[in-house]
Design a protein around this ligand. Structure first.
Ligand SMILES: CC(C)(COP(=O)(O)OP(=O)(O)OC[C@H]1O[C@@H](n2cnc3c(N)ncnc32)[C@H](O)[C@@H]1OP(=O)(O)O)[C@@H](O)C(=O)NCCC(=O)NCCS
Length: 184
């Protein structure tokens, strides 16, 4: 793995860039306080913008590490983050990363997260030198699986009642893409 950390990425409609403290209000308002966004996630919705400031401040300190990847997603031409996408775990031994993401409800269904995920997958393979990029979702959230498939990931299996989201104990559905898959 190349320890290059979170660098700016540009796609057709999006800018992916590191979070800054000034993002707290928009992040709180756009997705972090929304119980429908966090329904199938492992963290609870933020109660106040102070919760959001706390997590952003932690991320900013983590940006010093080359193996910390976490982007704020912005629409081109519009200031302020609309979502986030990042690596939730890295296994250095096998150059593997697992990705998580979430976005403002107002913007669901426009293919934006698939676009962001494709760009992050390219970055992790081509720049960060990963060999495997994985993601998983609560089985009750099939929309997220659709995003993974649209980004080129392959379904690997479901582990029954192995996770817990805000909706309770859940089956976890696993997807991944390997460096070798992209050459096919
Ligand atoms: C999951 C999430 C990121 C999707 O973002 P998005 O930008 O709306 O996703 P896209 O528009 O790229 O793709 C969504 C796809 O799911 C499909 N979809 C919608 N509802 C669905 C359902 N119930 N079952 C299966 N597919 C569904 C859409 O039709 C679309 O596919 P299409 O382009 O082939 O029509 C967004 O809904 C979100 O932030 N959810 C809350 C947080 C979350 O669940 N994160 C993932 C945790 S694993």
């Amino acid at each position: 793995m190349n320890r290059i950390g979170t660098q700016r990425i540009e796609t057709e409609r999006l800018i992916l860039r590191p979070f800054a403290m000034e993002d707290a209000e928009a992040m709180f308002r756009n997705w972090a306080s929304d119980p429908l966004v966090t329904e199938y996630l492992t963290w609870e919705p933020h109660r106040t913008v102070e919760d959001t400031r706390g997590i952003i401040s932690l991320w900013i300190s983590e940006y010093e590490k080359g193996d910390f990847f976490n982007w704020a997603i912005e629409l081109k031409g519009e200031a302020g983050p609309i979502g986030s996408i990042g690596v939730v775990s890295v296994d250095d031994r096998v150059d593997a990363a697992e990705i998580g993401y979430c976005m403002s409800r107002a913007l669901w269904g426009r293919g934006l997260m698939s676009e962001a995920l494709r760009a992050v997958i390219d970055y992790l393979f081509d720049k960060a030198g990963m060999n495997r990029v994985a993601a998983r979702h609560d089985a009750r959230n099939p929309k997220s699986g659709r995003v993974m498939r649209k980004a080129g990931m392959t379904y690997e299996g479901t582990l029954r009642q192995t996770g817990k989201s805000n909706a309770g104990i859940c089956d976890l559905v696993y997807y991944a893409i390997l460096s070798a898959d992209r050459k096919k």
